[in-house]
Design a protein around this ligand. Structure first.
Ligand SMILES: NC(=O)C1=CN([C@@H]2O[C@H](COP(=O)(O)OP(=O)(O)OC[C@H]3O[C@@H](n4cnc5c(N)ncnc54)[C@H](OP(=O)(O)O)[C@@H]3O)[C@@H](O)[C@H]2O)C=CC1
Ligand SMILES: CC(=O)C(=O)O
Ligand SMILES: [Mg+2]
Length: 413
């Protein structure tokens, strides 16, 4: 049997390099077909769109296409390795868009010197797509980039590492705290990492009831506190007036650990210091802040989730981005707003409480899955996710006034 590394490389190399391709949706065999598809027939939709720009949704694939755009500055937890190294991850996101939500997707890796150059590049091509999924762009630039693009683009722009991660983290966390019998309002929370994912996850947990002053956030220099003079404006929002400086100091008595930082930063000794019935989301990819087997060997009253597909409780933005874009595209939403994000959180988490279909068990290799410590959140291949989450998102878009279309009939059940 080949080792896992070789299996992964072979998966990406064969049967043809990469993981995605393009397929035709119309016949292109005969001269008649070609005269419709290309010259002279293609001139007709050109004229229609020139006269009425909205006709682009009727005659081209724009409305079902999302661009996955990166600069490769924060590839998973592997760091700033550049656009080309990011390409397998971006093709992976495109695979997931197609597999789970039947959305066509292109990956675009942008080389740039300044934030302005990146924003201009993306803004200048944005009209080609129905939506833009920004991916693996490091903080703090990601915040400025997303804000500028939302202002300049007429289509939804969504930084997946911020909001996709936050939505899935909130969905999993509400369920995990319920199972552990804890109230999010009282929870002492430690967040390892202070970048794109961390800031967005903590802001969303706060809007779900967490108390800002009960959150301790750490970056590579330790606890973020009010006497530090090296904090950017986003980290400053989480600066605590405290004498605590290290992970050891803040993990003592913590109910929750959220890791969106790097591998193996939380030890068994740290885990032993946490409050009873703790929740640990070790979400760094590919290697979590602590391996589940190490955490569970330290104590057995915890719930642990990772970002990976090969452990129970996968807290990963794959549970969000295909479905939130499905809902947004289906009502031609101009943006993805807070109401749509909150609807997405609850639609995801509610599915975990229902009976799991046999096909999900077959795909995951589990004999049984019941809402509890090892099943706090649905599996990505759960076929209920697409309809249920997209419907909730589309409804929220319509109700909050950002939809360009009425709610489609398929979501009126
Ligand atoms: N499971 C999921 O769905 C997702 C997981 N992630 C994971 O989260 C991690 C961060 O991604 P992202 O937010 O996009 O990246 P960013 O580059 O925006 O942020 C990384 C943050 O982690 C901090 N950090 C790195 N190493 C350490 C360390 N040794 N100790 C403390 N803090 C550290 C950095 O500190 P500093 O500010 O000092 O540089 C920075 O604040 C990655 O591992 C990624 O795989 C991200 C998105 C989704
Ligand atoms: C899952 C993901 O987007 C990340 O780890 O960056
Ligand atoms: Mg990412």
């Amino acid at each position: 049997m080949k080792d896992f590394r070789q299996q992964a490389l072979d998966y990406h190399q064969f049967p043809s390099p990469g993981k995605i391709g393009i397929e035709l949706t119309t016949p292109a065999e005969t001269s008649q077909d070609l005269s419709l598809a290309y010259s002279p027939g293609v001139a007709e939709p050109v004229r229609e769109i020139a006269e009425n720009p909205d006709a682009v949704y009727q005659y081209t694939g724009k409305g079902n296409t999302v661009a996955v755009i990166t600069n490769g500055t924060a590839i998973l937890g592997l760091g700033n390795l550049g656009g080309m190294a990011a390409k397998p991850v971006m093709e992976g996101k495109a695979l997931l868009f197609k597999r789970f939500a039947d959305i066509n997707s292109f990956d675009i890796e942008v080389k740039h010197k300044t934030v302005e150059e990146f924003v201009n590049t993306v803004a200048n091509i944005a009209d080609s797509f129905g939506g833009i999924n920004l991916e693996d762009i490091k903080a703090p630039e990601c915040f400025e980039i997303e804000k500028a693009l939302i202002e300049r683009c007429k289509i939804p722009v969504f930084h997946d590492d911020q909001h996709g991660t936050a939505i899935v983290t909130a969905a999993g966390m509400i369920n995990a705290l319920e199972i552990q019998g804890k109230d999010i309002k009282q929870a002492n929370i430690v967040c390892m990492g202070a970048g794109a994912a961390a800031i967005a996850c903590m802001e969303l947990l706060i809007s779900c009831g967490a108390q800002r002053e009960k959150i301790y956030m750490l970056d590579t220099k330790g606890v973020i506190h009010t006497r530090r003079d090296d904090l950017n404006e986003y980290k400053k929002l989480f600066a605590n007036n405290t004498d605590k400086r290290t992970l050891e100091d803040v993990i003592d008595g913590a109910d929750v650990f959220v890791g969106v930082s790097g591998p193996d930063l939380l030890t068994a000794e740290h885990v032993k210091l946490m409050a009873e019935n703790p929740v640990i989301f070790a979400c760094s990819n590919p290697d979590p802040e602590i391996k589940p087997e190490v955490a569970l060997a330290a104590r057995n009253d915890l719930i642990i989730a990772t970002g990976r597909s090969d452990y129970p409780n996968q807290v990963n933005n794959v549970l969000c981005f295909p479905f939130i874009f499905r809902g947004a595209l289906d009502v031609r939403a101009r943006t993805i707003n807070d109401a749509m994000k909150v609807a997405c959180v609850h639609a995801i988490r509610e599915i975990a409480k229902e009976e799991v279909p046999a096909e999900v068990l077959a795909a995951s290799g589990d004999v049984e899955l019941n809402f509890g410590k090892n099943y706090i959140i649905p599996k990505p291949m759960d076929p209920r996710l697409c309809h249920r989450v997209a419907k909730a998102v589309a409804r929220a878009a319509v109700d909050s006034g950002v939809a360009g279309l009425e709610l489609p009939e398929k979501y009126q059940d």
